[in-house]
Structure formats: C-alpha cells, structure tokens
Ligand binder design. Structure first.
Ligand SMILES: Cc1ncc(COP(=O)(O)O)c(C=O)c1O
Length: 363
C-alpha cells in the first residue's frame, strides 16, 4: 500500500530519543534542537496583535511583500545578493521544496558528514543519491575529500554552517574550496544558514551566498528568535529556482503562517546578541566540563557539541547515558560513523551541569 519511494525512509533518530525522554519523569534532556528561551515578548505581542486585527487568511504564496523585502535587506546586510526571495514554512519547507525542484532520480548530492538528518532522507525521497564527504576529526572542509566526491552525476552540494550537529563554522577559505569546485562543475550550492546568529568566535557570518552566485540560501526564524512552532523560514537565490519552488508551494504548504510573517518583520530588527552571549557561556561550560575526559572539538557556533563516545558504538554509549537519566543523541543519526554523540546545550545551566556530571561519571 505504501509508496515505494518510502522504502528507505526511517523516522528521525532525534525524535526517537525525544519521545523516550518524554516518558520519563525529570529527564536531563540534552537532545532537543530548539532554544531554551521563548519568543521575545515584543515579537509575541506583534504576532498576537496581527491575529486580533484579523490577519488570519492565506497570504501570497511566496510570502507577504513587506517581509520578503525585509529579508532581502537582511541578506544584503550580510553581503548576500539574491535575485529572488520567498517565505517558507520553516527551513524544513525550504529544504523539501528545493530538493523537489532540483533533484532528479540518480542525481548525486554532495553533503559534508556529519549532517542535519533531513538532507539525507529528502534526497533519498526524490530518488537522489546522497554522497557524503567525511569531515572528521575536526569537522573542517578539506579540498581533496571534496574533489573525490564529485562525479559527472553530481547535481548540487548542501552545506550547513554553523553546523548541526558539530558546531563547526566554516571559514572563508573552506567556503572558497566549495565555491571553486562548484564553479568548476557548474553546481548549485544549497547553504542552510539557519544558525547564522549563533556565532561564538566572531560577529561576522561568512556564508556561501556572499561568494558564489549559484547559491540557494536557506534561513529561518526557529533558532534565532525561538519561533520553532510558528514554522517560518525563507529561501533566497536564483530567480528561476525560487519561482519553481513557489509553484510547488502552491500545491503543498500554500503559504507560511500569516501572523508569523508579520512578527518576523519585527524579528529581523530584534537584537538577540544578549541571548547569544548566554549561549556562548553555555558552550564554554559544556566544553570545559567535558574536555578532561572526552575528545571534543570546541563549537564555534550553533548550540551543539559533538564529542567522541566511549567505546566502539555510540548507540550503546547513549543507552548507558539514558539508563542514567541523560538523553543525548547517538552520532550515527547524523553520520555514517557511529563514534560520536550530540549534546544540545540549549538547556538551563543546571541541566547542563547535571549532564556533564553524568557523562564524566560514565566516561
Ligand atoms: C540545520 C538545520 N536546518 C533546518 C532545520 C529546520 O528548521 P525549521 O524549524 O526552520 O524547519 C533545523 C532544525 O533543527 C536544523 O538544525
């Protein structure tokens, strides 16, 4: 009964852990990929006001013009010039629509490993072939391994910086490696910049859209302004691609939530640097707390850290953590390797300290 295209599609391993944690009383849950703060008050009020004013109908498929204009300005402020911008239902919506638009059966899509889980499954769903480029142990992009991944079937490259699950932020030099290869082979690059505000070492976000015109930039409101449940994101890039994605949006999501689009206009002017500073301290707390007993890279961005698990099998290690009431995610959920685990430090300091204590105990 179920369509054949679903044969290789498995439920998300992150959800599995999350559902397990929900059944437990007082878990120390460091598996969640969303901010531990709520939407800032002025932005909530803005959303509520627009609901009360009756701004509750369908919006234009590609998003309300004033938000699209604002997103364009936001991107230009970052040095990203895009021909067209559309509003999507989360970056998730942008990933799905972009792959529907761009991936034919048999196309190879190059993805640095570790990677955000969704990329693999959406590519498979389209009949595409994910080709992973191993970035261990330091999670940087290396020219030789990237070059080896390219064949005549390569259609595009998907990168994500700041990165989920490693916390890596690609340097300009690393981005140039990708841009040079993409240019040489005339490839599109999809750049998932959803964590672009979560930078701990620098204020300036280097991203693909600044240096390579054939980039589809995906961005969103879930992480920077904690609007995960409001389902809002955007896609910006070559006009032809955005137009096709908009057509597909007509037959899928219709439009992004109306009131959320209004609040997002305010969000783009809302300074979150204090919140990011708090997350920098959380990053330091977790990194300093673990580096004695674990091999671990210091995250430069996002809100994840990706240490090496003890033993051969990250699932076994995570099971042991769960027996100790600590919920983390095995690395194999995000990788072809099964050697690491992901901690989300989007949690209270108290929770983080308890988590560190358990991890050091079971090390
Ligand atoms: C790298 C990355 N891209 C996209 C998403 C999806 O975000 P959204 O809530 O905007 O759909 C996530 C969420 O965890 C993510 O980590």
């Amino acid at each position: 009964m179920i369509a054949k295209r679903l044969a290789n599609i498995k439920p998300s391993g992150v959800r599995k852990i999350f559902d397990l944690a929900r059944k437990i009383e007082n878990p120390i849950n460091l598996s969640i990929g969303e901010p531990d703060f709520d939407i800032p008050e002025p932005l909530k009020r803005e959303g509520i006001e627009w609901i009360q004013k009756g701004f509750n109908k369908y919006t234009p498929t590609q998003g309300i013009p004033e938000l699209r204009e604002k997103i364009k300005e936001y991107l230009e402020g970052k040095g990203v010039k895009a021909e067209e911008v559309m509003v999507t239902t989360g970056v998730t919506g942008g990933i799905l629509l972009s792959c529907l638009t761009l991936v034919d059966p048999g196309d190879e899509i190059v993805i640095p490993d570790p990677y955000f889980v969704m990329y693999e499954y959406v590519v498979l769903l389209m009949g595409g072939i994910p080709v992973f480029v191993d970035t261990y142990p330091d999670f940087t992009l290396k020219k030789d391994s990237f070059r080896k991944a390219i064949t005549e079937k390569t259609k595009m490259i998907i990168i994500n910086s700041p990165n989920n699950p490693t916390g890596a932020v690609y340097s300009l030099e690393e981005l140039k490696i990708v841009a040079d290869i993409a240019k040489e082979h005339n490839l599109l690059v999809v750049s998932d910049d959803i964590y672009d505000k979560y930078l701990f070492e620098t204020e300036h976000h280097h991203c693909m859209g600044q240096i390579y015109p054939k980039t589809l930039t995906l961005g969103g409101f879930s992480k920077s302004w904690a609007m995960t449940g409001w389902r809002l994101g955007f896609a910006a890039g070559p006009g032809e691609i955005i137009q096709q994605m908009t057509t597909l949006q007509q037959y899928s999501f219709t439009c992004a939530p109306s009131f959320a689009q209004k609040a997002a206009i305010k969000a783009l002017d809302y300074d979150v640097s204090e919140l990011i500073e708090r997350y920098r301290r959380k990053r330091d707390l977790v990194y300093e707390g673990l580096r004695g007993k674990y091999t671990v890279q210091k995250p430069k961005g996002a809100f994840y850290i990706f240490p090496e698990a003890k033993g051969e099998d990250s699932w076994k290690f995570v099971e042991e953590a769960i027996e100790n009431n600590l919920f983390i995610v095995p690395g194999s959920v995000f990788s072809k390797r099964n050697t690491h685990f992901r901690i989300s430090f989007a949690a209270s300091d108290e929770m983080l300290m308890k988590g560190i204590e358990i991890l050091n105990r079971i090390a």
